[in-house]
Ligand binder design. Sequence first.
Ligand code: AVJ
Length: 317
Amino acid sequence: MTVPLEVHLDAGDQERALRADVVAGLTATPKWLPPKWFYDARGSELFEQITELPEYYPTRAERAILTERAAQIARLTGARTLIELGSGYSTKTRLLLEALHPALFVPMDVSPTALEAAADQIATDFPALPVRGIVGDITRHLNSLPDASDRLIAFLGGTIGNFEPADRARLLADVRRVLRPGEHLLLGTDLVKSPRALVPAYDDAAGVTAEFNKNVLRVLNHHLQADFDIDGFAHVALWNADHEWIEMRLRARWPMRVTIPAVDLVVELAAGEEIRTEISAKFRREGVDKELTEAGFALDQWWTDPEARFALSLAHA
Ligand code: AVJ
C-alpha cells in the first residue's frame, strides 16, 4: 500500500539548508557538520544496520521498555493521535500502535526514503489506520503537525541527544507549544554509563558506524559536487566527559584541499585535523526532568530497561 507523503521540505529547500550548513560548519574552527545530513537513502539504511549491531544497545533497550510499557502508555495518555518525530523506519513504533489503536498516525522525518518505506509498511500492517507521513525538519516544521485531539508526540531513539543544550531547550519548547494542556510527550534518552560501553556503541568492530559517519562526505560529494577523498578520513568516536556526550568526528589522515563547487568553497585540512559530525548526549534523570520542566512539561513517568541503560520519559503539557 502506498501512502502519499506531505512534503514540507522540497529538494530546493534541502539544498539551500545543506549549503548554508556546509559553509557555516566547514569555515568554522574547529570544523563541524550537522548530523541530519547523514540520512540520505544510504545513510538511513546504514543507521538501520547500526541498530542491529551487538555493540549498539540503545535500540534494543528502548524496545524492551516499550514492550513492557506500551499498554500503560495507552492507559495513561488516552491518546487518539500518535505523532512520531524523527521516525525513520518506525520499527519500534509498532508496539505503540498496537497498544494505542490511534485514529491517526503521523510520522515526520527528514528522510523521504525511510519515511516512505515506514508509512507504506505500517499502512499495510494496520489497514484501518490513517497514516499521514510528513517529510519535514523537526527544527522548522512542527507547525505543520495536525491539530488533532488527544495527541501523543513520540520522540524516540535518543535523537534529542543529537542537539546541543540550547537547541534542545528550543526544540522541547517548540514541541510544548504545538500541544494543548493535557497532551503528552514520550521522550527516549540514552543514559550516562561507562565509556567502556558507550564508545564501542559508536565504534563497532564491523565498521558500520565508520561507514555511516563517512556517508556525510558522500552526501556532500553527491549534492554539492565536492571532491572529498572518503578513504582519506578515519572514523573517530570519543566520550566527552565534561559535556557527557559522545562525539563522532572524521579525521584527515593527510593534508587535504577539498573543493566544493556548489558553494564556491575550498576547504583546507591539516593532517590529523578533525570535522565534528555528531554529538550524542547521554542523560541522567535529574537533567531530563529539569529540561522538560523548563520547556513547560511535567514529568509523569520515568522508565528504564532492567540494566538502566536507556530511559523513556512520559510527560504532559
Ligand atoms: C539516531 C541519533 C539516536 O545518536 O545514537 C548511531 C545516531 N550515530 N550511531 C545516536 C547514531 C552513530 C543515533 N540517533
